[in-house]
Design a protein around this ligand. Structure first.
Ligand SMILES: Cc1ncc(COP(=O)(O)O)c(C=O)c1O
Length: 389
């Protein structure tokens, strides 16, 4: 893509942006793939005479810039910031937006690590949180009126219960109470859902998941709609320093290029797995927004392109059976994380969500979570069938 067409990248389709936004061929060598600028510092042409503004790689690095430009385009945001992990992105965002005394409404079924950040780290610095099930908008409105929060923090679909929150309605509610709406878009990815277009103010990602897509890199990102937040975020990203390194940024960007085709296959495979589980006698319920009986199905249809690759289910045999099934699969690898090309299985209560044990966010012990990969779906169904037998 030449620089003229690159300037109009925002007019291009999602798949084209994923491959080209921020990724012009290298002006010096013509390299089609943005190089890994594995450098900590940059030669200056006299004091303050930087080439393109690069002076030190904590502040900015061209490979990270390429990733940040691409993520901003994919989420239709004004600017993006790439971090060493999703948690680093969340921490930087909250400490940029909040001050001691500020309150945040978080999902009643938030990702365990997000809850732990609020409960065990930020609380000690005077930022308090209130968990509310955001599928109940009246409960969110009551909490917002009582708490006057600085932020309403949402996830949709949620991890691991796959509940769906109405982003448009929540954005209206947040703004009506003078709060910002932050959406963790990790489970959907920008290919399936663009919260900023639906009224949210800020998106966060664990890019470790679908954006990276290959279980080979840990990273995080913040994408903002209002450029007014950019200066403070850039300042804090540099001041606190948990940035994505050049190789991690490059790996993530390499994954992003194929996001659309991977997501289509994740969604197709997950839908087949969800339908098969729904028919299985050992399964008491399947949590997948693509099933017509899911309470958030219609909202998901209205705000998502498809229903995603994550499926959770509960077992008649309780915790014992859930643990056994996790031990018996062979293609579904027992492991934390999600969003890679390979299928994973886990027991949230003892693994990813052990940090919410004993809290109001505790997850049911009979729950199993699947990250459905892009393998042959017949093989995946056969594996689950033998594990449930
Ligand atoms: C929904 C969600 N948000 C944030 C995170 C944190 O991201 P990371 O593990 O990259 O720090 C995760 C990790 O699993 C997640 O699932």
């Amino acid at each position: 893509m030449n620089s003229e067409s690159s300037a109009n990248v925002e007019k291009l389709g999602f798949e084209t942006q994923a491959i080209h936004a921020g990724q012009d061929p290298d002006p010096v060598t013509g390299a089609v793939v943005p190089p890994i600028y594995q450098t900590s510092t940059y030669k200056q042409d006299g004091i303050g005479g930087t080439r393109g503004g690069y002076e030190y790689s904590r502040t900015a690095n061209p490979t990270r810039t390429a990733l940040e430009t691409c993520l901003a385009a994919l989420e239709n945001g004004a600017r993006a910031f790439a971090f060493a992990s999703g948690m680093a992105a969340e921490d930087c965002l909250i400490r940029t937006l909040c001050r001691p005394g500020d309150r945040v409404i978080i999902p009643g079924d938030a990702y365990g690590g997000t809850f732990r950040l609020f409960d065990k780290v930020l609380k000690a610095w005077g930022i308090t949180h209130a968990p509310v099930m955001q599928t109940d908008l009246e409960a969110v409105a009551r909490a917002a009126a009582a708490q006057r929060p600085r932020i309403i923090w949402a996830e949709t679909p949620t991890n691991p219960l796959l509940s769906i929150v109405d982003i448009r309605a929540l954005a209206e509610l947040a703004h009506g109470h003078g709060a910002l709406l932050v959406v963790d878009n990790t489970f959907a990815s920008p290919y399936l859902q663009r919260p900023l277009d639906l009224g949210a103010d800020i998106v966060v990602h664990s890019t470790t998941k679908y954006l990276g897509g290959h279980s080979d890199v840990v990273g995080g990102a913040i994408v903002i709609k209002d450029p007014g937040h950019a200066a403070d975020l850039a300042f804090n990203q540099n001041a606190t320093g948990a940035v994505a390194g050049p190789f991690d940024a490059w790996l993530t960007l390499r994954g992003v290029k194929t996001l659309a085709v991977r997501m289509d296959r994740h969604c197709g495979n997950a839908a087949r797995v969800a339908r098969a589980l729904a028919d299985h006698p050992a399964v008491t319920s399947v949590l997948y927004p693509g099933l017509p009986g899911h309470p958030g199905h219609e909202i998901a249809r209205s705000q998502m392109r498809d229903f995603g690759g994550m499926v959770s289910f509960r077992l008649a045999g309780g915790e014992r059976q859930a643990v056994e099934v996790c031990a018996r699969t062979t293609l579904f690898t027992l492991g934390e994380s999600l969003g890679g090309v390979e299928s994973l299985i886990e027991h949230p209560a003892r693994m990813t969500h052990a940090s919410v044990a004993g809290s109001p966010l505790e997850v049911p012990p009979d729950l199993v979570r699947l990250s459905v990969g892009i393998e042959d779906p017949d093989d995946l169904l056969a594996d689950l069938s033998q594990a449930l037998a």
